[in-house]
Design a protein around this ligand. Sequence first.
Ligand SMILES: [Cu+2]
Length: 359
Amino acid sequence: MGGRLSRRELFRLAALGATGAAAGGVSGAGLMAGARAARASAGGSGGGMLAAAGSTGLPQAPEAHGAHEGLGTVGEVELRHAGVDPMRYLTAFDWGRVSRLPSGQTLREYQLVATDREIEVAPGVRFAAWTYNAQVPGPTLRAREGDRVRVRFVNAGTHPHNIHFHGFHDAAMDGIEPIARGRTFVYEFDAAPFGLHLYHCHVQPLKRHIHKGLYGVFIVDPPQGRPPARELVMMMNAFDTDFDGENEIYAVNTVPFYYLRHPIRIRQHELVRIYLVNITEFDPINSLHLHANFFHVYPTGTSLTPSEYTDTVMLCQAQRAILEFRYRRPGRFMFHAHQSEFTELGWTGFFEVIPDGAV
Ligand SMILES: [Cu+2]
């Protein structure tokens, strides 16, 4: 580690009240708020992890209210520099260019281009990402079970890359052969089984090629579809900004604390369906906890019958689940990782439940 503090060492120091010097030496402004939140928590100011700003002197987010004011970064990531627009990413589905094969089968054609791109992962903290279509995560590809999927992959990056799709396909389409820079490869297979899948680069060293940003969601709808719902994609991801093998930034959809400052609006009583995928590298598990509610869990989305009714789901890397719920009451409700450390480093947000009848 060359004398540098690891993330966990930082938090141990934070708990001892020594964060001021430590945080600046580890990874810059993006980490400060998390460390300060940890200090506020350790300081016993009465609010624990969610210590009120008024009692701690912490900076407030522009839209900060009430009990969450101890969380957040100092300033905001500029969306034009971010890896993705988190609000748009939630509902952006790429259904491909659609046509019919002579057999009558639906053909969906997509294009994914690998590029190098520097993105801002916390205010003032830049990360040299590798991207599909200049975004992290890559676009959410969507098809229906039985459709023919044809993905033209162009490697415009500076390293060999490829795409490995989860799901059924021939060995030649498994996406483990590196595609050299400047080369193109076409992956083709029939979409199956229905469920919530993942695609990612499979070039070695694998954890670096994934962690740099080469991943995305692949949804295969069942032939009969699912009930109408407000559908949201949430990719649990994280960034190791100093390349020490530990993450400093955690999020769903790349930008830490984004949905804390910009709550996701849903309607009271409407069915909400979250496509939740864990791509977090370096940590064995991640989780989602929903406040004031419970949800039905469909593991990997491969069954139309839920397996569990809970308020917390835990997923290891590459594991995914479809979550369905409705809010009975209007108001602002938190969701976050239930690893408190991840929450304090960015993986937290709000649903803003709009009352029935409200415009
Ligand atoms: Cu790669």
